[in-house]
Structure formats: structure tokens, C-alpha cells
Design a protein around this ligand. Structure first.
Ligand SMILES: Nc1nc2c(ncn2[C@@H]2O[C@H](COP(=O)(O)OP(=O)(O)OP(=O)(O)O)[C@@H](O)[C@H]2O)c(=O)[nH]1
Ligand SMILES: [Mg+2]
Length: 197
């Protein structure tokens, strides 16, 4: 797929803000600072479309990007740590869950995991929860450039032997080198065609 156009549409803070045109949505979920906005930028080959930051918790709304005049990328609020304390953090978690459970145009979720740490407790809760939801999801292990190929393999071997990855699609990714980008684009194309379940 060629990304011919990509534009920011809306930062949604409540259900009433969400688009009503019914066009398909692909959502990006993961802890704050895991690299959601960087992944979106890498996919569309635009360095500054989605705002990235070394300060975790920058994205506290559902940021919609309108792609190729055809579908949306939705940059979800990061969970785990946000400025504003526990109340807001819980609210963001609920917002993400409510969105994934109820959003009719949602076609797929890319769930990001920081490869340096592997799945944390909150990531494992998200993965288990996604397994029980009907929407297809892809695990994207981010910041792969920070790990040698050997260490990457070691992590996947460990997760495979634990059974964490059983029946799940996953891909290592680096926003710096572009490793994994083409596989992710292909997976997104498949889900938009309805070829993934
Ligand atoms: N080395 C490396 N750094 C990355 C990669 N992806 C993201 N980063 C860095 O990690 C930090 C966070 O990236 P973001 O894309 O802003 O993360 P986010 O998940 O959107 O964060 P929130 O919006 O706060 O939830 C930034 O400093 C990025 O430059 C990667 O693949 N490799
Ligand atoms: Mg972000």
C-alpha cells in the first residue's frame, strides 16, 4: 500500500467527537512512551505527522489521522503512566477498553510492546483482554534497534515457550531502522480487506 495522504483530523476526548462517516479504523494501543506515534509516522513516512515525545503520557486523547481518503489511524492514549495521577490513568484505560469494545468501524488493533522490557504486567493484562475481544490484533515489539538480533530471538523464544505468543501474530519493529514496517503494512492491508480474524 502506498500512503498517498495522511492528515490529522481530530483529537477526540469524548464519544461525541468521534467521526460519524463509518470509515474503517485501525487503532494503535500501548503503554505511554512505547512508540505509538513513532510507528504511525514510520508507516506513512512522515516524520512529524503524529507528535512524539520523550515525556510519557503526551497523547491523552484519541488522535485520528485520515489516510488516503479511505480509512483512519487512531493513536490511542498511552496507559501505564500519565501526568495527572491515578484517576486520569484509570480513566484512560477505561477509554481505550470502551473504544475497542464498542467502536463499530474498528477493524484492527496494533498492540505495542517495548522490546527492551518485554510485556509488562499491564501489557499482559491488555493481551489477555484482547484475546477475548473479537477484533483482530497484532503485537508490535517496538524499539528493536535497541536489541541485538540475538537478544530479539531470545525474547521471542522465551515468550513462545511460556505460551504467551500462541496463536498471536507478532512482529519486531524499529521506527529508527524501519525493520518490520513492510510486514505491518501488509497486515494492515489484510485486515482492511477482511482477510484476518
Ligand atoms: N530507539 C528507538 N526509539 C524509539 C522508537 N520508537 C519510539 N522511540 C522513542 O521513544 C519515545 C516515545 O515515542 P512516542 O512515539 O512518542 O511514544 P508514544 O507511545 O506515542 O507515547 P505517548 O504518546 O506518550 O503515549 C520518543 O523519544 C521516540 O523517539 C524506536 O523504534 N527506536
Ligand atoms: Mg504518542
Amino acid at each position: 500500500m502506498l500512503f498517498r495522504s495522511a492528515e490529522f483530523t481530530i483529537g477526540a476526548v469524548r464519544a461525541a467527537d468521534l467521526p460519524t462517516n463509518g470509515q474503517p479504523e485501525i487503532a494503535f494501543s500501548g503503554r505511554s512512551n512505547v512508540g505509538k506515534s513513532s510507528l504511525i509516522n514510520r508507516l506513512v513516512q512522515r516524520k512529524k505527522l503524529a507528535r512524539t515525545s520523550s515525556t510519557p503520557g503526551k497523547t491523552q486523547q484519541l488522535n485520528y489521522y485520515w489516510i488516503n481518503g479511505d480509512f483512519y489511524f487512531v493513536d490511542l492514549p498511552g496507559y501505564g503512566f500519565v501526568q495527572g495521577g491515578v484517576g486520569l490513568r484509570e480513566k484512560l484505560g477505561r477509554m481505550v477498553q470502551g473504544y475497542v469494545e464498542k467502536r463499530e468501524p474498528l477493524r484492527a488493533v496494533l498492540q505495542l510492546i517495548d522490546m527492551r522490557h518485554g510485556p509488562t504486567e499491564s501489557d499482559r493484562i491488555m493481551i489477555d483482554w484482547l484475546k477475548g475481544v473479537n477484533t483482530p490484533f497484532l503485537l508490535v515489539f517496538t524499539k528493536a534497534d535497541k536489541l541485538s538480533r540475538n537478544k530479539q530471538k531470545g525474547l521471542f523464544d522465551r515468550l513462545e515457550s511460556e505460551g504467551t505468543l500462541a496463536g498471536i501474530s507478532f512482529v519486531p519493529f524499529s521506527a529508527v531502522s524501519g525493520q518490520g514496517r513492510d510486514d505491518i503494512v501488509e497486515w494492515i492491508e489484510d485486515t482492511l480487506r477482511g482477510d484476518v480474524d
